[in-house]
Design a protein around this ligand. Sequence first.
Ligand SMILES: Cc1cc2nc3c(=O)[nH]c(=O)nc-3n(C[C@H](O)[C@H](O)[C@H](O)COP(=O)(O)OP(=O)(O)OC[C@H]3O[C@@H](n4cnc5c(N)ncnc54)[C@H](O)[C@@H]3O)c2cc1C
Length: 482
Amino acid sequence: MKQRAIVWFRRDFRLADNPALRAAVDGDFDGIIPVFIHAPDEEGDWAPGGAQRVWQHESLAALADALEAIGSRLVIRQGPTQSTLDDLIDESGAGAVFWNRLYEPGLVRRDADIESHLGQAYPELEVRHFQADLLHEPWTVETQAGKPYKVFTPFWRTISERSIRQPKARPSQLPAVWSRIGSCDLADLGLRPAKDWTTTILEHWTPGEDGAQARLETFLEDTVDNYDNDRDRPAVHGTSYLSPHLHWGEISPFQVMHRAEEWLSEQSGGAIHEHIQSFQSEIGWREFSRHVLYHFPDTPDEPLDDRFKAFPWETPDTAFDDWKAGMTGIPMVDAGMRELYATGYMHNRLRMTVASFLTKNLRIAWQHGERWFWDTLFDADLGNNTLGWQWAAGCGADAAPFFRIFNPARQGERFDKNGDYVRRWVPELAELSNKHLQEPWNAPDKALEAAGVVLGKTYPKPVVDLKASRREALEAFEQVKN
Ligand SMILES: Cc1cc2nc3c(=O)[nH]c(=O)nc-3n(C[C@H](O)[C@H](O)[C@H](O)COP(=O)(O)OP(=O)(O)OC[C@H]3O[C@@H](n4cnc5c(N)ncnc54)[C@H](O)[C@@H]3O)c2cc1C
């Protein structure tokens, strides 16, 4: 029997398919100490934003409950991480520290420092870290020229030919943690804001491992068989809503991929194969975003395409405030921004639309939008958010070309044909007919009057002319194009 093992939970808030925990269980230790160390400063500018912290609180509570149910408990400490780990090793006489790897640049550096410190300070200590958050480690995937990928399709082709390991078993029992190993209360971390906004915003979500598993099952049962068609329609629940669960590691990509395959094998024929494949390729985009983030660690702040460093962005002004508040006078944009603020989530089609509008029609630098999403999204994720914003602004890996400027009204007509989504989030336009809903500024006075809409009073006039601003954006692009 060996000494105790510390399992350092970071963003892997699950018991099943948790390789660090599994290694401790299989390692014949006489005690296992699951610990979470709160040290947001160590994530620099990209410490969890407001919405993420709310989720983190709930998710940690769920993890603590799950550990208690199998005889253990979650030890919660406040950072700095290095000295906190030292204290825990000294207090417990631990002989091992295990964790699962993450790929954000600040965390990669921090973790490397901790590993080297532990190696020097405790030469006998067993320090191991594991692959858990990604199907394929970023350093194992490269182009034929030996470079990181910047284009999704060949990246996905390469990794989808490789097999992935089976999910690891969930422990059914863990040894009790010594009572003398102290812990602070979850509430001490101050992750939940005082105001009760969280109660409503959490109504549609169940943070934690059980909630994540249930979400996946519901998606497979009810939604996946039309995923390819419905995933672009914001008015219907056509996607998995797994993003915050994946971000916090309440479910692993291995579990998602294998369960989707298993589900497929249980079905009889039909087009479901294609829908599952499409869904799996979205998990592929998640892999791609971390691949790009790992190899190009400056991209949360700097465009991957250097030309955009000289782009003539506008200074954020009141139009930026209108964008954040969902008061731009462009119904699709406002609907998306209001959904975000009310629910901590925004449909992907809208994320693309509002990001294109901000960066091209308003010509406000993508970093401002990226930061707002960071604070308001439950699923804010440095890899996916960076990739999404740079994609929309035309300056990132496999990005939409800058000259492809979404027209939000056309997006609405195409993807919200019946106007259900806009009417849900912009109820002041609910009585407008479909013909005028997406462009109220072009509606005849009579139609506006009949719908009880007074532009500039009950609903804003557009903050910008879509056509003119499109032209100006293209002219601005000419300045940096070559
Ligand atoms: C401007 C912009 C910002 C974004 N910011 C984030 C973010 O902070 N966090 C985040 O998780 N996603 C982000 N996305 C990607 C995408 O919008 C969300 O992952 C998706 O809407 C989540 O809903 P879902 O779980 O129902 O998706 P599903 O369609 O069910 O997809 C399943 C999973 O695949 C991954 N995925 C799906 N689409 C993408 C994508 N385009 N890029 C990378 N991974 C993807 C997610 O992990 C998602 O949970 C952003 C996209 C854009 C355009």
